[in-house]
Design a protein around this ligand. Structure first.
Ligand code: SF4
Length: 238
């Protein structure tokens, strides 16, 4: 298949392809890289709407595909319950969590350090311990200001590919897929959230971008936790 390697080609995918074409392309991408990486291809599941779509797509490609979830001490109770249901249904999903001590309210004083310890480090551990050579994410380029410049396939780390198979999907197409294929979804979306994360850093927002409710009131507002921007291989510079 022909991969989109420039922002112009991604723009074309976002705006010129219909829902079915996007679904078929996502399946084709996962299938192509699963054939290349086998068990080294693993889906990162954040328990949000985009992740459950990617997970469902991956399972359609091959039910043996494995996944990992990174959770934190600050996840909302509804997300923890949803995670338990998902892991019970798919025991090939491994949960990672860093319970080392951190300063009180670090998410207020230094959210980058908090995310680094509670989110980025467990992703590094997942990649190392599961022997991941290609991790699959639910990142989409229409989610917000920090997500416009990604490609479907990234090579940020040595010997680690990152596949973003639903990169060109619109928010509406995510919900279209969830409705059409009956995919279970975190009930917090019913409360009005459009993007989910840790409880202290996630708010309901009607802003133009889906991620506007994340880290409100901090320097990180609408931003990133770091798993899509930081090196992930063990021994990589911080
Ligand atoms: S989202 Fe907030 S609470 Fe969660 S790890 Fe990041 S800063 Fe900490």
């Amino acid at each position: 298949m022909k991969f989109a390697t420039t922002p112009e080609e991604i723009h074309e995918l976002v705006n010129e392809r219909n829902f079915k074409q996007k679904v078929d392309r996502s399946l084709e991408l996962i299938d192509y890289y699963y054939k290349e990486h086998g068990d080294g291809l693993v889906v990162a599941n954040s328990l949000g709407k985009d992740s459950v779509v990617v997970w469902d797509l991956a399972k359609r490609v091959n039910p043996k595909i494995r996944g990992f979830v990174v959770t934190t001490r600050f996840k909302p109770a509804a997300t923890v319950k949803f995670m338990g249901e998902l892991v019970a249904r798919y025991p090939e999903t491994i949960v990672f969590r860093n319970d080392d001590p951190i300063a009180d309210e670090l998410y207020k004083t230094d959210p980058d350090a908090c995310c680094d310890q509670l989110k980025v480090q467990p992703v590094r551990e997942a990649i190392e311990s599961m022997g991941v050579s290609c991790w699959v994410t639910g990142l989409r380029c229409t989610e917000g200001r920090t997500r416009t410049d990604y490609l479907e396939v990234e090579e940020r780390d040595v010997d680690l590919l990152k596949l973003n198979p639903i990169l060109p999907w619109h928010e509406r197409e995510i919900w279209q897929y969830i409705a059409l294929y009956g995919v279970p979804v975190n009930p917090l979306y019913g409360e009005g959230y459009r993007s989910l994360g840790c409880e202290p850093c996630t708010h309901i927002s009607n802003g133009a971008n889906e991620r506007d409710g994340r880290w409100i009131g901090t320097s990180k507002c609408g931003g990133e936790c770091g798993i899509h921007t930081r090196p992930l291989k063990a021994g990589a510079p911080a």
